[in-house]
Design a protein around this ligand. Structure first.
Ligand SMILES: C[S@@+](CC[C@H](N)C(=O)[O-])C[C@H]1O[C@@H](n2cnc3c(N)ncnc32)[C@H](O)[C@@H]1O
Length: 457
């Protein structure tokens, strides 16, 4: 398709040209969406692992084709900031939001250039960590007592805790001196170190942390070199159902919401948040799609999820300018052995809230590039839903009756569909007939409880 050029060069050629909107839509059909063999971890994208992040080429494609320089791009579920980094590198202003405080921090750090003097000062201070490794025992005991209770706690032995504490204390001193940007950078490096500890077991904490800081400094310097203009970035740490963003101020949304029943970010990041003094319980309460709720009837989790997603899509409609695009990337999920094609539900619900579906793109995921959890549900392909805002609406995220009615309608259609095609599982295990029959009863139960389950506080 791209002649003698490499797929990456051909792709860049394609998206870097100027087109009218209908031509841009046609270009989408020419893109090989699996982005096989493309580099996805460059510059600040590499700072910190994050489950179910999308590859940078997804937001890059849309912001190149459907926005201009200096326009504003938003991502209400920004995760580790992939959309914002691409907006930043391509001279678009951006607003990101995530209820996970760790996600908001990573996003901020990836999009904040720091001057040389501050980086030098950070290095000087970090050199002093060595002398601080003897943290007193009472501090260690207190940490051990307060540690989140998971099997993994044994990874945090006394030596590791004393190293983590020494780093934490030095960072707190840096913050007290007023150096917020280098403090934040240090916090992200500390979190990445803890992530390695949790994922790979015992590591040399101090060595890993210092290498991580050096790597981040280097990538920020490289980023500064390639940037001609520095666009504005705003990162919010709030609920996507209520955004502190002006109405009709956004030129493009590119986002990937949580998948229903896929993974609980608050659990994944429990230890990171613990060491960074972040409140994971507040996030747990507001996390959309988290699978620890409604374990006896997953369809109740699903209607709760649809209600939460409808509220956040109402917010997306509010903040977008007229006729602009909202791109939502989402994969299928599995609930009670049934396939849940979330993108179809989003497309259906969006009709009632001032959007028109323009296109749905299917892409297979390179599993090495997307975090999947085998126990919870495989995410091996995903859909890119392109919506256009065609009108303002008079419902708000607080319009409970409207939300309940819309979700009820969706759930009733889902029940009718299941009656004819039960048991389409994405897990490859065949459910018993008995179990499948129970699902209809469970959906009825979920429908009866919608008004209660979609309550949002
Ligand atoms: C699929 S991830 C987004 C990943 C992102 N596209 C990236 O590249 O890093 C979904 C995000 O939704 C966030 N989230 C869950 N519930 C939320 C809520 N109520 N408000 C805002 N963000 C929420 C999670 O913390 C998670 O970061």
């Amino acid at each position: 398709m791209f002649g003698k050029k490499t797929p990456c060069e051909g792709y860049l050629d394609l998206i870097n040209r100027k087109y009218g909107r209908s031509e841009s839509l046609e270009i989408l059909d020419k893109i090989e969406w699996d982005f096989k063999d493309f580099t996805t971890q460059y510059l600040t994208h590499k700072f910190h692992s994050y489950p179910a992040r999308f590859i940078p080429q997804i937001p890059l494609t849309f912001l190149k084709l459907f926005s201009k320089k200096k326009e504003t791009i938003a991502d209400p579920f920004c995760g580790c900031g992939t959309t914002l980094v691409e907006a930043f590198l391509n001279n678009r202003h951006s607003i990101g939001n995530d209820f996970n405080p760790l996600a908001a921090l990573i996003t901020k750090v990836k999009t904040t250039l720091i001057n040389k003097e501050e980086l030098l000062y950070l290095n000087e201070r970090l050199a002093s960590i060595k002398s601080k490794l003897d943290v007193d025992n009472s501090q260690i005991d207190e940490r051990l007592r307060n540690m989140p209770r998971r099997k993994i706690s044994k990874l945090f032995d006394r030596k590791i805790i004393s190293q983590l504490e020494a780093i934490r204390e030095t960072l707190l001193e840096i913050r007290a001196e007023g150096f917020v940007d280098i403090y934040d950078l240090g916090q992200v490096a500390l979190s990445a170190t803890i992530w390695s500890l949790v994922e790979h077991g015992i590591v040399d904490v101090k060595d890993l942390f210092l290498r991580k800081v050096a790597h981040m400094e280097n990538e920020l310097k490289k980023t500064a070199k390639v940037m001609k203009n520095i666009p504005n970035v705003l990162v919010l740490n709030s609920d996507a159902r209520k955004l502190e963003v002006e109405s009709e101020s956004i030129d493009l949304i590119v986002t990937s919401p949580p998948y229903v029943n896929a993974l609980d970010y608050y659990r994944v990041h429990m230890y990171n948040m613990f060491w960074l003094d972040m409140d994971f319980n507040a996030f747990k309460k507001h996390e959309i799609g988290a699978h620890s709720r409604f374990i006896n009837n997953r369809f109740r989790l699903f209607s709760e999820y649809l209600g939460a997603m409808l509220r956040s899509m109402i917010e997306m409609n509010r903040i977008l300018k007229q006729n602009k695009f909202c791109v939502i990337v989402v994969g299928n999920s599995s609930l009670e052995y049934e396939l849940i094609e979330s993108h179809k539900f989003f497309a259906e619900m969006s009709k009632d809230i001032g959007f028109k579906t323009i296109k749905t793109i299917f892409r297979t995921i390179d599993k090495t590039k997307k975090y999947t959890s085998a126990d919870i549900g495989k995410i091996d392909d995903e859909f890119i839903l392109i919506l256009q805002k065609i009108e303002n609406i008079n419902v708000t995220p607080e319009s409970d009756v409207f939300i309940a009615e819309t979700v009820t309608q969706q759930m009733m259609q889902f029940r009718e569909k299941l009656k004819h095609s039960q048991g389409t599982s994405i897990r490859g295990r065949k459910p018993t007939k008995e179990r499948l029959l129970k699902n209809i009863d469970k959906i009825d139960d979920a429908i009866n409880k919608i008004s209660k389950d979609i309550i949002w506080t």
